[in-house]
Design a protein around this ligand. Sequence first.
Ligand code: NAD
Ligand code: ZN
Ligand code: ZN
Length: 351
Amino acid sequence: MKCVAIVGPKKLEVQNREELTGKKGYILIDVIKAGICGSDIHYWVSGEPKGLVMGHEFSGIVIDNGGSTKFKEGDRVTALPISPCLECKECKNGNEQICAHTWEHAVGLSLDYPGGFGGRVLVREDMVRHLPDNVTFESGAMIEPAAVAIRAVNISNIKKGDRALVIGGGIIGLLTALFLKLRGASYVALSETNAARGEKSVKLGVADEWFNALDPKFMEKVLAKTENGTGFDVVADCCGNSPALTSAIVLTRPNGNLIMVGISLGNVSVPLVSAVMKEINIKGSIAYKPYEFDTVIKLVSERKINLEKFIDDIVTLNDVQHSFERLTSGNDSAVKILVDPNKHKIIELDN
Ligand SMILES: NC(=O)c1ccc[n+]([C@@H]2O[C@H](COP(=O)([O-])OP(=O)(O)OC[C@H]3O[C@@H](n4cnc5c(N)ncnc54)[C@H](O)[C@@H]3O)[C@@H](O)[C@H]2O)c1
Ligand SMILES: [Zn+2]
Ligand SMILES: [Zn+2]
């Protein structure tokens, strides 16, 4: 199979590998669309692990059902890429997202289960979901990042009429802003260092206003948008670096809620005094519970949300390296690029 693998820092290579084949208890999926995620960017930058085939956000068609009675060949599907053990205390309490085994065999995030940038994925049957007929493959590949955002909002304590701030206008920030609005936020501000992305958040209708985090008067301009300048009820950091988290803490109101979604592989420094003196509630948010993933599928199918409007481009395997460069350029407005790993095959089929 043709795939894109990590071979070094910021370096991907198109390779030919042996085709993935079916396995009992697993669903073999021919990938139609796979998204490039901000988390993939961390791996790309570090160049590790070498040989990893990324692409944990995907949709496709079942080509081998592994003996399943629920799925058959030809079914349109997407899947949670995670691999919770279902036996530990966390799993038994419905917290699969923090099971110690969740990422061990995750599709597109572990060496043993290549992701969508390999054209085929093998997924545990219990993690696979049917795509309703009216949900496109493009939306299907967007369910996973949207589930990340819905979890962040679910635990944010957002109440109707609250004022919220999202730090970072990548896809996770944009989708978090979308769900904050859907859950009743009366005003959503978004901060960015990339003006093209900031403008896009307002154009797409998910943020009411955007603020340039590089503006020397950034903090005072944003605080002026809050009640008596005391800070936001809910702040979601969808970025993960020190300046972003610093602004998140400073801009949360006393006893307000700060959700940390952004991830950094290294340590970050934060203004501890501000966080402690305001007794703010800081909570990490990782992935999603299975029901949150299912909720997103339902919201798309019921046309309550439109995920396709966030897609900027669809590329082939040959363009994945360039797409990572585009997504990290700091001045490109693109936030979500999907990969069509079997495009040549689809064209053949169409002919
Ligand atoms: N917790 C989870 O489950 C989960 C899931 C997926 C992604 N993530 C993480 O969430 C983060 C966002 O993901 P993404 O795909 O949107 O990534 P992204 O890199 O596309 O977006 C981050 C955005 O933050 C902006 N930014 C940088 N510094 C800033 C600052 N000081 N203030 C404001 N904005 C700033 C960047 O310009 C960029 O647009 C990443 O760290 C990713 O690893 C977490
Ligand atoms: Zn992702
Ligand atoms: Zn477990």
